[in-house]
Design a binder for this molecule. Structure first.
Ligand code: NAD
Length: 267
C-alpha cells in the first residue's frame, strides 16, 4: 500500500471512539496515545484514577476527548458500569483489551488463588469487555477488537502456568469471536508481544533478581537476550501495530495472534 493510501486509511479513524483497558500505563497508555494521534476519541479504563487522569491529560494535549473510567475489568458489575459511562462518549467501535497482570510462580508453589486472580483479570476481563462492547459494533457494521495477549499465547515458559493459561485462553476467545463476526464488519485479533519495556516487566525483573540473586538490570538483560534482536520491545511498537489493525487497512486481518517480539517466536 502506498504511503498516500495508508494515510487516507488512517484518516478514517478520526472521531472513532476507542476504549482502551489498562490505559493508565505501559502498552495500554501507548495504544491510547497512538489512537489519539490518529484522531480517535478515547475512553480510558483501569484500576487506578491517578494514572488514568494523567493519560487523559496527554490525550487532551492532542486535542482529542478523553473519558477516564475507574474499572476492575475482572468484575462484571464494573464492566457494566464502564459500558454505561462509555455511552456518554458514543458507540465504542475500537476496543483494546490491555489490562493484565503477570505474577510468576512455579507450578508446585502456585496458590490456587493466584490462578484464579490471573484468569479473572487477564481472561475474564477480556471476555467481559468483548461481551459488552461487541453488539453495538455489529449494529454499526464496523468494529475492531484488539486483545493484547503475549508470546505465551502460543509458547510456554517456566513459572508462568497461570499467565500462560490465561493468554492461551485469550487467543482461543479471539479466534472464535473472529469466526463469529467475520461477515459483520468486525475484526478480532490478538497482539502477542515479547518482553516489553514496561513496569510489568521491570517488576518481574525485580522478582526474578530477589528469587535467584543478581540485579534487576541483569534480569532485564536476560529477558532482552531471549529475543533474536537482543532487546526489549518498546510499548510504542505494540501500539503501532494496534493502530494498523484498527485502521481500514487491517480489514482483512482477523483471528490472528500477531507477534511483536523481535523474532523470538516463529510458527
Ligand atoms: P502494565 O502493568 O504497565 O499495564 C497493565 C495495566 O493494567 C496497568 O495500568 C494496571 O493498572 C491495569 N490493570 C491491572 N489489573 C487490572 C484490572 N483488574 N482492571 C483494570 N485494569 C487493570 O503492563 P503492560 O506491560 O503494559 O501490560 C499490558 C498488557 O500487555 C497485559 O495484558 C500484559 O499481559 C501484556 N503483555 C505484556 C508484556 C510485557 O513484557 N510487558 C508482554 C506480553 C504481553
Amino acid at each position: 500500500m502506498s504511503d498516500r493510501l495508508f494515510r487516507s486509511s488512517l484518516d478514517s479513524l478520526v472521531d472513532k471512539i476507542a476504549l482502551v483497558t489498562g490505559a493508565g500505563s505501559g502498552i495500554g497508555r501507548s495504544v491510547a496515545l497512538a489512537l489519539a494521534r490518529e484522531g480517535c476519541r478515547l475512553v480510558l479504563a483501569g484500576r487506578r484514577p491517578g494514572p488514568l487522569e494523567r493519560v487523559a491529560d496527554e490525550v487532551r494535549a492532542h486535542d482529542r476527548d478523553a473519558l477516564p473510567v475507574v474499572c476492575d475489568v475482572g468484575s462484571p458489575t464494573d464492566v457494566d458500569g464502564l459500558r454505561t459511562s462509555a455511552r456518554q462518549a458514543g458507540v465504542v467501535q475500537i476496543l483494546v483489551n490491555s489490562a493484565g497482570i503477570a505474577p510468576a510462580a512455579s507450578f508446585l508453589e502456585m496458590e490456587d488463588a493466584l490462578l484464579e486472580e490471573v484468569l479473572r483479570v487477564n481472561f475474564k476481563g477480556t471476555y467481559y469487555c468483548c461481551k459488552r462492547f461487541l453488539e453495538p459494533m455489529i449494529a454499526a457494521g464496523w468494529g475492531r477488537i484488539i486483545n493484547i495477549a503475549s508470546t505465551t499465547a502460543k509458547a510456554a515458559y517456566p513459572h508462568t502456568a497461570a499467565y500462560t493459561a490465561s493468554k492461551h485462553a485469550v487467543l482461543g476467545l479471539t479466534r472464535v469471536m473472529a469466526l463469529e463476526t467475520a461477515r459483520k464488519g468486525v475484526t478480532v485479533n490478538a497482539i502477542c508481544p515479547g518482553y516489553t519495556d514496561t513496569e510489568l516487566t521491570r517488576d518481574n525483573a525485580r522478582r526474578m533478581a530477589s528469587r535467584i540473586g543478581g540485579s534487576a538490570a541483569a534480569a532485564l538483560d536476560r529477558f532482552a537476550g531471549t529475543s533474536p534482536q537482543g532487546r526489549l520491545i518498546a510499548a510504542d511498537e505494540v501500539a503501532d501495530l494496534a493502530v494498523l489493525l484498527a485502521s481500514p487497512a487491517g480489514a482483512a486481518v482477523t483471528g490472528q495472534g500477531i507477534h511483536v517480539d523481535g523474532g523470538a517466536f516463529m510458527g
